[in-house]
Design a binder for this molecule. Structure first.
Ligand code: 15L
Length: 263
């Protein structure tokens, strides 16, 4: 009997790639506030808002693991980040605990460490340097993962996702690109690894010359199939402008992004 996996944020682009790459390996419960298109036989859709704990609890009976992609995926107003990523992440972990689901793959982000420079090399255990309120919310989500693992025995894989796309689109993404099939492999590691506890990995392919070192992922058996450098010939190779923070830091434009004046 295949496992049943709840994917939040299922109407988003990352979930679209993941559904394609996981194929029919699992039964998928797809949840979002927006509708999800083109459901296949092994997929069901259940609308839920991350701020609504009762709605989240109702999704969880029969679920073996959660892949939490939902929430705010870029910098935004504080209220949006607070509701979707702070309250939303708490509600997700806590409703899972209440319903007896103890395995979560958490979509963290490279923006939890975006204020490291592109010429610095870091491991996934480097101390946080968020580049935005959004990045701070991903640090919070990682902290929740650690708490629920240590206090309640959860298995949690926090994947600091770089950029999921068919191919890397610019110089910064040569470090951070994650191909859809390598994304699916990391998610499967999060779903299947026994006694995982709490682990943090970079969501990147096997990118030669990346400023990230993904030792924890390799120790967990990750064997990425793609390398951003295979696409480097399509990318502008001019040297970074040292006076432009968006070209100096790993977070790119997120280090400059503002909330647009909203509260
Ligand atoms: C992210 O965290 C975003 O979710 C994604 O939309 C991209 O902007 C990515 O970072 C990136 O930095 O490329």
């Amino acid at each position: 009997m295949p496992k049943t996996i709840l994917i939040t944020g299922a109407a988003g682009g990352v979930a679209g790639y993941l559904r394609r790459e996981l194929g029919t390996a699992y039964r998928l419960v797809l949840s979002d506030v927006r509708p999800v298109d083109a459901l296949r036989a092994h997929e069901t859709f259940r609308a839920a808002d991350l701020t609504d704990m009762d709605a989240l609890r109702a999704l969880l009976p029969g679920v073996d693991a959660v892949v939490h992609l939902g929430g705010q995926s870029v910098e935004g107003s504080w209220n949006a980040v607070l509701d979707r990523n702070i309250v939303g992440a708490y509600n997700l972990f806590e409703s899972a605990r209440q319903e007896g689901v103890s395995r979560v793959v958490f979509a963290s982000s490279c923006h939890a460490v975006g204020f490291y420079r592109l010429d610095e090399t870091i491991e996934a255990d480097a101390y946080f340097k968020p580049d935005s309120r959004y990045g701070v919310s991903k640090v919070f989500g990682e902290a929740l993962g650690a708490l629920y693992a240590d206090k309640y025995g959860f298995d949690v894989l926090a994947i600091r996702i770089g950029n999921v796309a068919e191919r890397p689109v610019d110089r910064r993404r040569l470090t951070s690109w994650l191909s859809p099939r390598d994304l699916a492999q990391l998610v499967r590691i999060g779903i299947e690894t026994p006694a995982l506890g709490y682990q943090v990995v970079f969501g990147m392919s096997r990118n030669t010359g990346s400023c990230w070192v993904n030792s924890t992922a390799y120790r967990l058996g990750y064997a990425p199939q793609d390398d951003a450098m295979d696409h480097a010939d399509r990318i502008d190779a001019s040297p970074p402008d040292p006076d432009d923070p968006a070209q100096v830091y790993q977070g790119g434009p997120f280090v400059l992004a503002e909330t647009g004046g909203d509260p």
